[in-house]
Design a protein around this ligand. Structure first.
Ligand code: ADP
Length: 547
């Protein structure tokens, strides 16, 4: 009997169910005490208990009428427990006089708690586990009636209802707490991912914005502010249209219908920067379900520059091709002319040979030599031209004063015989240029000034400079024949000559201009026919070392 009772009491599943209720060692509660009081009153007993039977004790969730110290301790060891038998059998235990019951007469509750009569009904969980007993106790023998037994059973059921309610509500509370916790983590996860997203947006190299349906900005990232030059608050007080040049708005209005139709619009536009400059951008915009617009703006200045540079190179290539064609045409022509001369005089010479050494034969030989010389000059010029730009020139710091004096020394003889003089400006700068190339440029300009002078006027050549619009402009001015307006820009082309009376190949100015272009500059002429010409050499300001 004792062993059987112990086996049931120690059943792990029973104990687990009991512990799960979480009622052991908890304070007394009105709901249970009310049931105990009711039982004691109806059954007229001094004691009524809600007893939860643990593995080694019974704990009284409600404890009415027990003597001290038990009533204070609210528990007894199993040695003092009748309730354990209710749990062991799962049936009501009806004891009229314990002293006469062979199973109970040794129970210490008789001696210590004065338990004589006992009526208990099991507390059974819906899962079938018996966790304790609801009982009434009397200190004198009692003959329990069936009705009293059924009252105790009903009250035990009420205790279970109360426990069930408690369990359900604590389960509910646990779930609510769990859900709240889940919700919190979900919210935390959401706000964490949102802040991560914001960080990403903020770090993006492209401008990212959200505007209302009318294009007034609501959000903008750092790149968007930087692109427009405005601070964030300034951007947010503006609309899309404020950042676009007015003319663009007229020529290329926003395509709102397409946006409203849900299409993502990608287009190139221009943004009016706060400092007044224009920034080319590529914008992709989409309308959000809320009606707001969301967009990405990319600065395409670099791309545009590359495109423009490509266009420029293509145009230059095309121009070079045209130049090359005319070059090939002219060169074949110009090289053929002396050859025809050579050929003609060679056959004259052949006819004369039998007659021996005659003055005509010498003349013919001289003509042949002259024609060969012309060809040589042509070929040398061509070689020079082909070298410029192909070979990277060494750059030197040239004090123009010293440099030009040196170049002029080669012209001293010719200037004297032409009765000419050169006036060098007193304030010539020091420039970073290719010395060899500049010797060619100035030699050619001086050579031309002498060649195309007016015999009637003493030749005066002025060389000076200006620092103009960030550019260095050197000039060589003469008081010679001048050049007719229609020839003025052509003379810089290959083999272009405006004067057939004077000797020349028409390559000099082409070479000069090419040299200046390899310095990032250009050449042009201003001239009055019959009065003189001024040849200009324009160089980027960076060429200036010392004024
Ligand atoms: P070249 O002198 O060998 O003909 P250039 O290319 O040096 O070739 O000059 C091209 C043409 O420009 C010349 O044929 C001439 O008609 C004209 N020209 C150049 N310099 C002067 C000048 N200082 N005054 C007048 N005409 C000039």
């Amino acid at each position: 009997m004792v062993a059987q009772v112990a086996q049931v009491l120690q059943n792990p599943r029973r104990l687990a169910a009991l512990y799960e209720l979480g009622m052991l060692d908890t304070p007394a509660e009105q709901a249970f005490d009310r049931l105990s009081r009711l039982a004691a009153r109806i059954l007229k007993t001094p004691v009524a208990l809600v007893s939860l039977v643990d593995s080694d004790r019974q704990f009284f969730k409600s404890c009415l009428g027990l003597p001290e110290p038990w009533s204070r301790w609210r528990e007894t060891p199993l040695s003092h427990s009748f309730c354990q038998h209710v749990v062991a059998t799962g049936q009501p235990l009806v004891v009229p006089d314990a002293r006469r019951d062979p199973h109970l007469l040794d129970n210490l509750a008789i001696r210590d708690l004065n338990v004589i009569a006992y009526l208990g009904s099991p507390l059974i969980l819906s899962g079938g586990q018996v966790i304790g007993s609801f009982c009434v106790i009397d200190t004198k023998p009692r003959a329990w009636t069936d009705e009293q037994i059924s009252i105790v059973r009903d009250l035990a059921a009420s205790v279970m209802t109360e426990i069930g309610l408690r369990h359900a509500s604590s389960e509910l509370e646990r779930r609510v707490q769990e859900r709240t916790r889940d919700l919190r983590t979900t919210n935390e996860a959401l706000s964490e991912s949102e802040s991560r997203y914001r960080e990403l947006v903020e770090l993006a190299a492209d401008g990212i914005f959200i505007s209302d349906a009318d294009g007034r900005f609501i959000e903008v990232n750092a790149a968007g502010c930087e692109l427009s030059g405005y601070a964030r608050e300034e951007v947010l007080s503006r609309g899309f249209n404020d950042l676009i040049p007015g003319t663009d708005r007229e020529h290329d209005p926003p395509r709102l219908e397409e946006l409203h139709a849900g299409r993502t619009i990608v287009r190139e536009r221009r943004v009016l920067h706060k400092d007044g400059t224009i920034v080319p951008v590529e914008i992709s915009v989409k309308q959000l379900p809320s009606g707001r617009l969301q967009g990405i703006v990319r600065d395409i200045t670099a791309r545009k520059k590359v495109e423009a540079e490509r266009e420029r190179l293509l145009a230059e290539l095309a121009a070079r091709n045209v130049e090359m064609e005319s070059f090939i045409y002219t060169i074949s022509h110009d090289l053929k002319t002396p050859l025809i001369t050579i050929n003609g005089f060679a056959s004259v010479l052949a006819q004369m040979l039998p007659r021996g050494d005659t003055p005509e034969a010498r003349d013919s030989l001289a003509e042949i030599a002259k024609a060969a010389e012309v060809m040589k000059k042509h070929i040398e010029d061509l070689l020079t031209l082909s070298r410029i730009g192909r070979v990277v020139a060494e750059m030197n710091a040239l004090s123009m004063d010293v440099f030009l004096t040196e170049v002029l020394s080669n012209f001293a003889q010719r200037l004297r015989s032409a009765n000419g003089r050169v006036e060098l400006a007193p304030d010539l700068p020091t420039l970073l240029v290719a010395r060899d190339g500049f010797i060619r440029v100035f030699s050619n300009l001086l050579d031309n000034a002498i060649k195309y002078r007016r015999p009637e006027a003493p030749l005066v050549i002025e060389i000076g400079w200006r620092h103009d619009a960030g550019e260095i402009r050197l000039f060589v001015r003469d008081n010679g024949q001048g050049i007719k307006p229609q020839f003025q820009h052509r003379i810089f082309g290959l083999f272009q000559r405006a004067d057939s009376r004077t000797e020349g190949t028409g390559v000099g100015l082409a070479i000069s201009k090419r040299v200046v272009e390899t310095h990032g500059g250009t050449m042009w002429v201003e001239s009055q026919p019959g009065q003189g010409s001024t040849f200009w050499i324009g160089l980027p300001g960076s060429a200036l070392i010392e004024p």
